[in-house]
Structure formats: C-alpha cells, structure tokens
Design a protein around this ligand. Structure first.
Ligand code: ADP
Ligand code: MG
Length: 415
C-alpha cells in the first residue's frame, strides 16, 4: 500500500499537476516520503499486533468452549452411568429427568414418567414424603435417609436416599434431586443377625429354664407313674395321658434347645391314628368349653409312620392350638385323615376361624413371626422343621375372614 501510494503521488505530480512541480523541492518530497514510510510502518505494526491479539482471543475462546463442552459431557456421563438412581423433580413434584439406574430400580421407563408425578413411595409413607418435600422446598436437605419406596409393579424396597434442592444463580429453588440406593440386602442381613441373636438368647434361656422345669417335672412324673401302677385306679386313662404329656413337656424343652443346637432324631415306627386321637381327647374339654365342634373324618385306619411320635404330637398340638385361637368361640374344627398317592398319609385340619392375610401365610414359618400379643411365633416354625425331618410336607390354605386348612403329609410304612 505504501509503495502504491508513493507511485500515485509521483505520477500525479509529474503528469497532472505540472504547475506544482516547480514549487515542490526535493527536500519536501524526501520529508513526505519519510512521513509516509513511518505511517506505513506504524500501520504494519498495528496490523501484526491486532492479528496476534485476535488469534490469542480466538484460541482462548475455543479452549473455553471445549472446556465447557467436556464438563457437560462428563456430567452427562456421570448421570447416565451412576450406579445410584437419580431423579430430578420440579416444584410440583413432577419428574424432569431420571437416569438409567432409576429406570432399573423403580421399573419406570424415562418416557413414561417425565412430566408426571408417578407414585414412588409406599402408601403408608406418603405423609412422611410430603413433609420431606416441604422441607426441601424450604431449602432443607436430607442425607442417607432410610425409607420404603415402591416400584412400578407395587412391590416395596428399603431405600436409602439423599434429597437436595437445586438453586439457580439467584439462589432461588428451581428443582429438587433425589439420589436413591436399594439397601434391601443390607436390611435382610440386619434382620438375620437380629434373628440369630434372638435364637442364641432363646437357647441360653431354654438351657436355664430346662433345668428348673425338669426338676419338678420329675417329681410329678414319679407320682403319676405310681398312680398308673395302681391297677384299681379309676383314672388310669387320664394318668396315662398325663404321663405321655409329661414326656412331651420334656421334649418341648429339648425342642427349644434344638433352636440353638442341632439334634438327631431317633426314628421308630408308630401308629399315627393313636397319636391323633390322643391329642383330640386331650383337647375335648377345651373345645367343649369354647363351644367348638370337632368333626372327624377317618378315611383310613392303622397307618404306620416311621419317626418320632412325640414330635408329630407336638406338630398336631401346634396346629390345633392355632385353630382354637383363630376361632376363639363357637365354630368348627374338622380333622380329615386319608391316604394319598405316593405312600403318603394326609392329615388335614380345617377351621372356620378368622383366616390369614396373604402376608401372614408368607411369613408363617419364619421364627418369631406372630400376630398374637401373647404368641411366640415358634409353633409353625418348629412344626415345619419336624415335618421336614420326617420327609413330609406341610401346606397352608387360608382365606382371610373365612378360615384355614393346614395339611400335613407324612410318608407311611406298610404294616
Ligand atoms: P403363634 O401361635 O405363637 O403366634 P405360630 O407359629 O403358631 O405362632 O403361628 C404364627 C401365626 O400364624 C399366628 O400368629 C397366626 O397369625 C397365624 N396362624 C397360624 N395358624 C392359624 C390359623 N389356623 N388361623 C389363623 N391364623 C393362623
Ligand atoms: Mg401357635
């Protein structure tokens, strides 16, 4: 540009404005050329400087953009791959977004729940959840909170949650986030530990009680045996029963010990009919008192079982006791004895008592599970254990409000 301007000036002076030529000296021209040269150099330097600055700014803004993009990408990767479920809610508790772990844990697909307030809390915890929500909207948060949440299919799980409000740049709450972890396995383990602690405690108590109870029992048993030996006694039938029952008390005590110590059964062949009728006789007075009618259906006789008669007695007593407790007053208990396929003797006890809810049936064989204020929750657990040791089966069929049928099946041996 500098050169072009110089040529232009020379040409203008030489050919067009010849009149000026004489008045312009060589010094003027030299001075003008130097000024022009200096201006050109300043211009050049400025251009180089500005160019450099532009380049710098461009690289700076490029790297900022990159940094921003990678931060967002990392956050997104973290959100998508987090092992814990993450859900973001708006102020009306509608879901804004969820991650794949949420979909896996709760069973709701992202597209199903976005923009909706889907039920994620067990109904009995709904009021607590509302309180938590209000606390969050007032700026509070919760860390490692334990509660029960609900999956899409209605099943519950033990959840550990961290809830926090999300603020905008002005410090205003715009959303809330919930990070959830399924801790059912941890709760289950805790329950097992408590259960085994309870079993240990029972074992220790049983060992102590056994000694105290067995001593007076030995005395009673001695007198009963004496009465049994008296051939003229009019109460022989009852004293025989009492003696048998004392043996059973001894066994119940041992049974408690079974809970803490493994024990081996010594099987013997016995008549199941005799065991059943002995117990029914024993219960007759109580049934009469409570106006409970006992219906007996003997579809077979003289069945022999290989096992421990006292243990089977215990099972039958547990079942009848539960039936009586379920009826309380005025009702029927029926006992049906029959042969089934595969060499099994089936004994079914039906009552028209209160019946059981599904949840009770599901937990009935668990130790210490009881719905009664004075129950031990051991009866059915011990019964199942005994029946299983006899290679039999025990099944429950119950309808809430209608009644219960409990069937035990034991393999019989041919006479
Ligand atoms: P407990 O009798 O000490 O409660 P069990 O193990 O014998 O313990 O029974 C567990 C629970 O099963 C009872 O608390 C009761 O709720 C339920 N149950 C058992 N048998 C019956 C029955 N015949 N009718 C209704 N509920 C029953
Ligand atoms: Mg019971």
């Amino acid at each position: 540009m500098f050169i072009v301007t110089l040529i232009q000036i020379i040409l203008l002076i030489e050919y067009r404005y010849t009149i000026f030529r004489d008045s312009i000296t060589d010094t003027d021209i030299a001075l003008f050329t130097i000024i022009l040269f200096i201006v050109a150099i300043i211009g050049f330097m400025q251009t180089v400087y500005i160019n450099n600055s532009w380049k710098k700014m461009e690289t700076h803004s490029n790297s900022l953009e990159k940094a921003f993009l990678s931060k967002e990408a990392y956050l997104n990767l973290f959100f998508e791959n987090a092992k814990d479920s993450i859900a973001v809610f708006d102020l009306e508790n509608k879901i804004i977004t969820v991650n794949p772990a949420f979909e896996k844990l709760y069973g709701w697909k992202k597209r199903e729940c976005i923009g909706k307030a889907v039920p994620l809390v067990a109904p009995e915890y709904i009021n607590l959840a509302k309180e938590r929500c209000n606390h969050l909207l007032n700026g509070g948060s919760f860390d490692m909170l334990e509660s029960k949440d609900m999956r899409k299919d209605g099943t519950y799980f033990d959840a550990q949650m961290t809830l926090s409000p999300i603020f905008d740049y002005n410090g205003k709450i715009i959303a809330t986030s919930v990070i959830t972890r399924d801790i059912s396995y941890k709760k289950e383990a805790e329950k097992l530990i408590i259960q085994s602690e309870k079993l240990k405690a029972i074992g220790e108590i049983a060992a102590g009680v056994a000694h105290e109870v067995r001593n007076p029992l030995t005395v009673i048993s001695g007198f009963v045996q004496m009465m049994n030996n008296d051939k003229s006694s009019p109460y022989a039938f009852y004293t025989n029963l009492i003696e048998a029952e004392i043996d059973r008390i001894n066994l119940i005590i041992s049974e408690f010990l079974v809970l803490s110590k493994p024990h081996a059964m010594q099987p013997k062949v016995f008549k199941i009919d005799k065991v059943i009728s002995d117990i029914l006789t024993l219960y007759q007075p109580e049934l009469q008192l409570k106006n409970i009618e006992l219906i007996q259906n003997w579809n077979t006789n003289n069945m022999m079982i290989n096992g421990d008669a006292n243990q089977i007695k215990q099972v039958i007593i547990n079942i009848i006791k539960n039936a009586v407790e379920a009826i309380e007053k005025d009702g029927n208990i029926s006992v049906t004895v029959e042969k089934t396929a595969n060499q099994f003797c089936s004994i079914c006890f039906s009552d028209d008592g209160g019946g059981m809810e599904k949840e009770v049936v599901e937990h009935i064989f668990k130790p210490f599970y009881t719905t009664k204020t004075e129950g031990t929750g051991l009866g059915m657990m011990i019964s199942e254990k005994i029946i299983q040791e006899h290679e039999g089966q025990i099944t429950i069929d119950s309808e809430y409000g209608k009644g219960t049928s409990i069937t035990i099946k034991l393999p019989y041996v041919d006479n």
